[in-house]
Write a protein that binds this ligand. Sequence first.
Ligand SMILES: Cc1cc2nc3c(=O)[nH]c(=O)nc-3n(C[C@H](O)[C@H](O)[C@H](O)COP(=O)(O)OP(=O)(O)OC[C@H]3O[C@@H](n4cnc5c(N)ncnc54)[C@H](O)[C@@H]3O)c2cc1C
Length: 398
Amino acid sequence: MGRIAQTDGLTDVQADILSAVRTFVDKEILPHATELEHKDEYPHEIIEQMKEMGLFGITIPEQYGGLGESLLTYALVVEEVARGWMSISGVINTHFILAYLLIQHGTEQQKQRLLPRMATGEIRGAFSMSEPGCGSDVSAITTRADRDGDGYVLNGQKMWLTNGARAGIVATLVKTDEGASSVYRNMTTFLLEKEPGFGTTGGITIPGKLEKMGYKGVETTEMVLDNHRVPATSVLGGPEAAGRGFYQMMDGVEVGRVNVAARACGIMIRAFELAIAYAQQRRTFGHQIADHQAIAFKLAEMATKVEAGHLMMVSAARKKDRGERNDVEAGMAKYLASEYCHEVTTDAFRIHGGYGYSKEYEIERLFREAPFMLIGEGTSEVQKRIISRALLKEYKLA
Ligand SMILES: Cc1cc2nc3c(=O)[nH]c(=O)nc-3n(C[C@H](O)[C@H](O)[C@H](O)COP(=O)(O)OP(=O)(O)OC[C@H]3O[C@@H](n4cnc5c(N)ncnc54)[C@H](O)[C@@H]3O)c2cc1C
């Protein structure tokens, strides 16, 4: 793998997990990724093997049947998996965020009922905040839940659900009327349960999958809620947690941002690997192109960007693992890694010359995957809002 993107201070268990995942990626993901991606085909066999490896329960505590590993372990696994094919990391990501939300905010009854089956991958998780009319501005959501006897009735339309069809549980943020003066305290997260697949279950409809430029193989869907009735126990954290949904989701998104940074690192590690190999194979003007300083310097810049992204991602994960809030660090890591990922894949594409434009070369796929890193779990502009607000508060002039 070379010297870049190494991580100091890992435990033996972490090193063993990563070594097993790296071997799995090299043998089972990389040889099939581009073909599956071009066909937009769901990677059934790969996912089944990942279930057997315990990767669906990697952060779920052992008492609920998982491996009980840290955010750092998860992020490093994601980096490895995304090096093979970013879409595969997408299959486990929303699942991981839902597990995190349950572990941090769920009732004991919700944990016992859902986490063991999530640890095996038997039931899969998605999370849904975005709507057709809003993504960055979460406060503008219009989907709502109205009290109805001892439960709620939900109505509205959600957008961009990664794993929306295959998920059996969707953590869904909606407006509720808690009588609070702040819009942020009038939002509630529901654990919506449904049959996996497309179509209608109760009042939940998952229409067909959305066609995307990249991030293929894994489905992204809409979700329509039409008088969908749920008991109050479906509120994440139980009935008394109504009105806390925004804060719960933001907690989930913080770990999600470390995860997107890790995915961006995985894509750019692979782009760098492809570029440095190609630069030594392709010859122009009597030399391998790596001998031209313009190309060699590009390689130096790419490796430096990979290293910086990796170090910031690891640092943000470690902060959360220490039990500290990492909103700024996760925002910085996500912002930097996703922007660098975009630049590194573009440089790798350019080093490939015309062949970079050919579907026969892997870089063509990476080039289409990188832009989603700039958008998912909050755009770069949203990260800069979070970072700058926190800094202005901390560095406020007396
Ligand atoms: C493939 C895919 C999968 C997704 N999966 C999920 C999922 O599983 N669950 C989920 O809930 N969502 C998901 N999303 C949605 C994603 O989180 C949103 O697309 C993202 O948050 C951006 O929201 P938006 O698309 O509405 O853009 P907008 O919010 O409309 O933003 C448009 C542009 O305006 C900029 N902008 C907005 N506000 C400001 C501001 N205040 N200052 C400066 N610039 C600003 C943005 O940065 C962006 O450039 C997914 C999206 C995609 C494409």
